[in-house]
Ligand binder design. Structure first.
Ligand code: PRP
Ligand code: URA
Length: 212
């Protein structure tokens, strides 16, 4: 569905169903937050397919058996503040031991350029799969800059999970960072003149936290 081999668009009927409700202007803050978590959980199932695993021995009631588990500290998630915070519980629902870093980033409303205001990452993140979380991939400026921070910290295995993306956002990130696996639930049509995704869902941060 895109020209980029590092991009996966999930396009699953259950995810589409939930995104339809998420987009609806009548959906209130509580339901919006729950839907973001649920969609993230569904995305985690797909995006964790390639995370490192380890072999463990398990004693069942009947015999000792070799089994597979996700490797220790294999994954760290990094929400881009604010809206990425809404996705963290969705990851922890399926994988509660994922450590969490935070990158604070906001878009200048005039220039749409990203500005960093906070960065705190778990020790040793460079040895984990670092999964950036941000529900909206619009111009791609925020995600590209956040990926740059992770690379500067030594991260070599980076994924990006976004619920809704604009074509230009995917293009920007995929071309700047062809080594980063990008998972998107749905691809929207375009950006409007203010850099908002169409049809989109409006401002994800404001809808998650009730700020407008
Ligand atoms: C939103 C969103 C992304 C960014 C996407 O955050 O959560 O981080 O915009 O836009 P881009 O792809 O054009 O960079 P915003 O800057 O509105 O900050 P907020 O989460 O604090 O509301
Ligand atoms: N950020 C949002 O929250 N929504 C958009 O449509 C674009 C950027």
């Amino acid at each position: 569905m895109t020209d980029y081999p590092n991009v996966t668009i999930l396009d699953h009927p259950l995810i589409r169903h939930k995104i339809a409700i998420l987009r609806d202007v009548r959906t209130g803050m509580k339901e919006f937050r729950e839907l973001v978590e649920e969609i993230t959980t569904l995305m985690v199932y797909e995006s964790f397919k390639t995370v490192p695993t380890k072999k463990v021995m398990v004693q069942t009631p009947l015999e000792l058996t070799e089994q597979t588990m996700v490797a220790d500290n294999a994954v760290a998630v990094v929400p881009i503040l604010r809206a990425g915070l809404g996705m963290v519980n969705g990851v922890h629902t399926l994988f509660p031991t994922a450590r969490v870093g935070h990158i604070g980033m906001y878009r200048d409303e005039e220039t749409l350029e990203p500005h960093e205001y906070y960065c705190k990452l778990p020790d040793g993140i460079e040895n984990s799969v670092a999964i950036l979380l941000d529900p909206m991939l619009a111009t791609g400026g925020s995600a590209s800059a956040a990926i740059g921070f992770l690379k500067a910290r030594g991260c070599k295995n980076i994924m990006l999970m976004s619920i809704i993306a604009a074509p230009v956002g995917i293009q920007t990130v995929a071309e700047a960072h062809p080594d980063v696996k990008i998972f998107v639930s749905t691809l929207d049509r375009q950006l409007n003149e203010n850099g908002y995704i169409l049809p989109g869902l409006g401002d994800a941060g404001d809808r998650l936290f009730g700020t407008k």
